[in-house]
Design a protein around this ligand. Structure first.
Ligand code: SAJ
Length: 432
């Protein structure tokens, strides 16, 4: 019976997972090599934001089952939940996985189980983690179990999805997989499927790649719409009336630490047979540039123009700026000489180039701007119409102000009586 789990890495996945185990009767020691994380959690303070985390942490503390440590401890099960970012050349950076694995070796005992949850390139569990663990003299599948079980939860809905999503466990042996299934069943209400580690690794990467490729298709349609003079939003709405078609939503690009990263792990592993996946990545990464060109066609010279960039996070209503296309776009504006003011309601002090001004409100950001660009569909923006935006803007002294909408906020709005000239990504019907 596995009664003590050591969770290595107390980030967005490891910490909520620790909470779920402790509140369901399993003792957890959370280990993190960042002393600040241990210090903050040790004094009852949270180091990350996530819906339900405040209550969850309190319940974990109340359970008396949650301990913290900056050193690896002996346990029945080790769960590795550390980040796997990518290098500038788009190859996976597995340094956190390898150092966590190496740290487990001295405390690994016969009968233990090691589970890797970090999103990893195919064969990482078998070709990298297994040999490292065996350096301690124990044999995988005989002396200890090894499993890969991907996290697949949506930021903002982590607790809900940890419990209700189906779960995949890839065991080096079938028995190891069944053992991991019993462990996760402490809190998972979805179905738990047992497979092998490499299949489990690929399942995770295929899910995010599926989404990336489909978003790339929507983004490419948005570009074609300008050439063919159609409104992509209307065309997608109509195409999606087909019973077997469900086109996703175009936008300024794909961000976050998952979908914009994971497909590269497949490209790295199988470069000669992953052209579609690579092209989709390049299409999505090129979307801020496409949006910039759209703006440039409309306003001409960028240098010296006052521009407001609204929204910086990688998707609506969150504070996560990682790999955000809105940031790429904003930096591009500044790089081309625009005088840029940004407003991001969820992040008060984002790290940006010095020339960019961070405004405290939407109203402040747009004051006197010649161009206003909506980059994220935050609720605060989505509820606006052009008339309300004009009120916030105030007097334009007869000058036309260009509003670039990359997230379809002003759907079906007519700008003819407005101080604004509306430029909507994917609307090739708009007059220039
Ligand atoms: N996006 C579009 N158009 C769309 C949908 C999304 O441009 O129609 C953009 C978003 O604005 C954002 C990016 O794509 O920039 C990704 O957002 P997302 O909501 O699709 O996904 P993530 O990155 O927040 O979370 C994904 C989820 N994976 C899938 O839905 C297949 C989640 O379940 C994973 O656990 C998570 O990645 C992860 O950790 O890998």
């Amino acid at each position: 019976m596995d009664t003590h789990v050591c969770v290595v890495g107390l980030g967005y996945i490891g910490f909520p997972t620790s909470i779920m185990f402790t509140t369901n009767g399993v003792k957890v020691t959370g280990v993190d090599n960042n002393p600040k994380v241990i210090e903050m959690l040790g004094s009852g303070k949270l180091h990350i934001h996530e819906t339900g985390l405040v209550e969850g942490f309190q319940m974990a503390l109340d359970s008396g089952q949650f301990n913290l440590s900056s050193e690896m401890v002996e346990a029945d099960v080790f769960i590795i939940a550390v980040p796997t970012p990518f290098n500038p050349d788009k190859t996976a950076d597995l340094s956190a996985v390898t150092s966590a694995t190496k740290a487990i070796v001295p405390v690994l005992q016969k009968g233990n189980m090691v589970i890797l949850e970090s999103t990893s390139p195919p064969r990482t569990t078998i070709d990298i983690v297994k040999p490292l663990l065996e350096q301690g003299g124990l044999t995988c599948g005989v002396d200890f179990d090894l499993v890969y079980s991907p996290e697949r939860v949506l930021p903002g809905k982590i607790f809900e999805e940890l419990v209700n999503n189906d779960r995949i466990v890839g065991g080096y042996t079938r028995e190891g997989g069944e053992r991991a299934k019993r462990l996760y069943a402490h809190f998972v209400k979805g179905e738990i499927f047992v497979t092998d580690p490499t299949t489990a690794e690929m399942v995770k990467l295929m899910e995010n790649t599926y989404r990336d490729v489909n978003i790339a298709l929507a983004n490419e349609f948005s570009r074609i719409a300008h050439e063919q003079q159609i409104n992509v939003w209307e065309a997608i709405r109509l195409a999606n009336r087909h019973p077997r078609v469900s086109i996703l939503t175009p936008g300024p690009g794909v961000g976050g630490h998952c979908i914009s990263v994971d497909p590269w792990f497949i490209v790295e592993a199988s470069p000669s047979v992953s052209q579609l996946i690579k092209t989709a990545r390049l299409v999505n990464d090129g979307q801020p540039e496409f949006l910039f060109e759209l703006l440039e066609k409309q306003v001409g010279a960028i240098k010296g123009k006052k521009m407001a960039a609204l929204g910086l996070s990688y998707k609506p209503n969150i504070d996560d700026l990682r790999e955000s296309p809105a940031i790429d776009f904003t930096e591009l504006l500044a790089d081309k000489g625009a005088i840029v003011s940004v407003y991001e309601p969820y992040v008060r002090a984002p790290k940006l180039s010095d020339s960019i001004t961070v405004a405290a409100s939407l109203e402040d950001a747009i004051q006197g701007a010649e161009v206003i660009v909506f980059l994220v569909g935050h609720d605060e923006f989505k509820t606006l119409d052009l008339a309300q935006l004009a009120q916030l803007y105030g007097d334009s002294s007869g000058k036309e102000v260009v509003v670039v909408d990359s997230v379809n906020i002003f759907v079906d709005e007519d700008d003819s009586d407005s101080i604004f000239k509306l430029v909507t990504l994917g609307d090739g019907l708009q007059k220039s």
